[in-house]
Design a protein around this ligand. Structure first.
Ligand SMILES: NCCC[C@@H](N)C(=O)NCCCC[C@H](N)C(=O)O
Length: 259
């Protein structure tokens, strides 16, 4: 899994506001509205503790401060613990945190101590980006393309199947693809079919995974992927609406899913 870098998190406020406006324009709902529709929840007085974690590759300089900005943007009270790791956990609980957020190099989690709900960033991110793709108001069918069936893509594909969409998917890993066919009943996407989509959920850590043979003239691409899977020239040529942001949309989904 590619780790975030401080460069990914630069101008987070501007990226979040631009994507919030884009989501509102093309789906009719802003990110808060999509999260509420997804989970049937609304923020209350939950207090969120964010704990820096030194394991593995260690602390990413702007990660916890970015999380604090995001938590507050979505209407929660939040604080970053003074200490990392176990000491930070003890501090968080002692300070009355309702929700704990922390990440090592493998799992980024939100855990609600009051209702015991817990979620990983992979699942929460896959679900919300897939949901955004499925809400394209100009879509003329329920056909939707999922590119990438790893932990994020699979969670998104599962959500779309449950919502009743015709899910086509592709992944270079044939085992990932077969698992999704067997367990979710998705249809393998083959570029030879020359089928075009107006809704694409892209969940790969690779650039340029979207080719022009895949997309309709009016199309929504929704992706948490870094780098972006949509080549800029194709985005311009097809007037693609792109929802892509490195951290905040997935974090909003995590928070609303555990309250
Ligand atoms: N959609 C967001 C996915 C984030 C994930 N790819 C990542 O970089 N995880 C590593 C975070 C490490 C944080 C560090 N331990 C800290 O606490 O600063």
């Amino acid at each position: 899994m590619a780790l975030l870098t401080p460069e990914d998190l630069e101008n987070l406020s501007m990226q979040l506001e631009e994507n919030d406006e884009m989501a509102k324009r093309i789906t009719g709902l802003d990110i808060k509205g999509i999260c509420s529709a997804l989970y049937g929840t609304e923020p209350g007085s939950e207090k969120v503790a964010i704990i820096p974690i030194t394991a593995g590759n260690g602390i990413i300089s702007t990660f916890t401060s970015s999380l604090l900005f995001i938590v507050q943007y979505f209407g929660f009270e939040g604080f970053v613990t003074e200490h990392p790791d176990v000491t930070g956990y003890y501090e968080a609980v002692s300070e009355g945190a309702d929700i704990i957020m922390m990440a090592d190099d493998h799992i980024f989690t939100a855990h609600n101590l009051r209702n015991e709900k817990i979620v990983s960033n992979h699942v929460a991110t896959g679900v919300i980006y897939a949901d955004i793709a499925s809400r394209f108001q100009e879509a003329k069918s329920k056909d939707i393309l999922v590119i990438g069936l790893g932990r994020v893509g699979y969670a998104g594909a599962c959500h779309l199947v449950n919502k009743g969409f015709n899910v086509y998917a592709c992944d270079p890993n044939k085992e990932f693809l077969q698992k999704a066919v067997d367990e979710l009943g998705i249809k393998p996407y083959c570029s030879d079919d020359r089928k075009k989509f107006s809704m694409v959920f892209e969940a790969t850590p690779n650039a340029n995974t979207i080719s022009e043979g895949m997309i309709e003239e009016r199309c929504l691409v929704s992706t948490p992927g870094i780098p972006c899977g949509l080549p800029p020239e194709i985005g311009q040529k097809y007037h693609v609406d792109l929802v892509m942001e490195p951290l905040a949309i997935g974090v909003a989904s995590m928070l609303y899913s555990v309250i």
